[in-house]
Design a protein around this ligand. Structure first.
Ligand SMILES: Cc1cc2nc3c(=O)[nH]c(=O)nc-3n(C[C@H](O)[C@H](O)[C@H](O)COP(=O)(O)O)c2cc1C
Length: 206
């Protein structure tokens, strides 16, 4: 990425809030990133609270609560604020990561719904031909899910299922989450140091 990045991170109500936390942590500490727009759906907030034991707080404090320390470059938006910066194609965002992405949000994106800020910002990414990553998580997938995934992909989104790799020697959920987050960031032009690269055989365990 040549210029300092402005990226959107959206959290929706699928399981996997730890991935959103890992992504925000990496984005906050990345010198190539100038600004992060963070938005969570109401269901995303609910699931994140349950999965991460988030401390109580206001929406404004969401980034701080996810990171466990003050955020320096993250602006939190209300999902109901359809007038936020990221709702417009004129805002110079380079792309958007929805992680975790529920099948509900995937369906909305696939069909061009734009009722919430997350849906609208994703729609803007597609119309402006910007990167849109959908880290969907559901199992098993029904026919409607599969059709929506194909429709979103054909519209320009990258379907990046929240599925960890098992060949990289990462044995803990935390390590798998970190590797997954790093792989997602590679796809938005932010390769991460230390990320696992396959060298022809599985690394030996220490
Ligand atoms: C604890 C919990 C876990 C959930 N996990 C998933 C999931 O992994 N994938 C999914 O598509 N929906 C999941 N859901 C259901 C979504 O939260 C629900 O469909 C919601 O309407 C999604 O709304 P949103 O896309 O606006 O966030 C979960 C709900 C709860 C309460």
């Amino acid at each position: 990425m040549e210029t300092a990045a402005i990226l959107t991170l959206a959290i929706t109500g699928a399981s996997g809030a730890g991935v959103a936390r890992a992504l925000l942590t990496l984005l906050e500490r990345d010198a190539r990133v100038a600004h992060v727009d963070l938005v969570a759906s109401p269901h995303g907030l609910r699931v994140a609270r349950e999965e991460l034991d988030l401390p109580e707080g206001t929406l404004d404090q969401l980034a701080h609560r996810l990171l466990g320390r003050p955020a320096h470059k993250t602006e939190v938006h209300d999902d109901r604020n359809i007038g936020a910066s990221i709702a417009s194609g004129s805002y110079p965002s380079q792309g958007m990561i929805v992680a975790p992405c529920s099948m509900g949000t995937c369906a909305a994106v696939a069909h061009g719904l734009a009722d919430s800020l997350i849906e609208r910002a994703a729609d803007v990414c597609l119309k402006e031909r910007r990167r849109l990553i959908l880290a969907v998580r559901e199992a098993p997938l029904n026919r409607i899910h599969l059709q929506n995934l194909l429709a979103a992909s054909e519209a320009g989104a990258t379907i990046f299922p929240l599925v960890p790799a098992f060949y990289d020697g990462a044995l803990t959920a935390e390590a798998m989450t970190a590797q997954f987050a790093a792989r997602v960031l590679e796809h938005v032009g932010l390769p991460q140091p230390g990320v696992f690269q396959w060298q022809g055989q599985r690394p030996r365990q220490a």
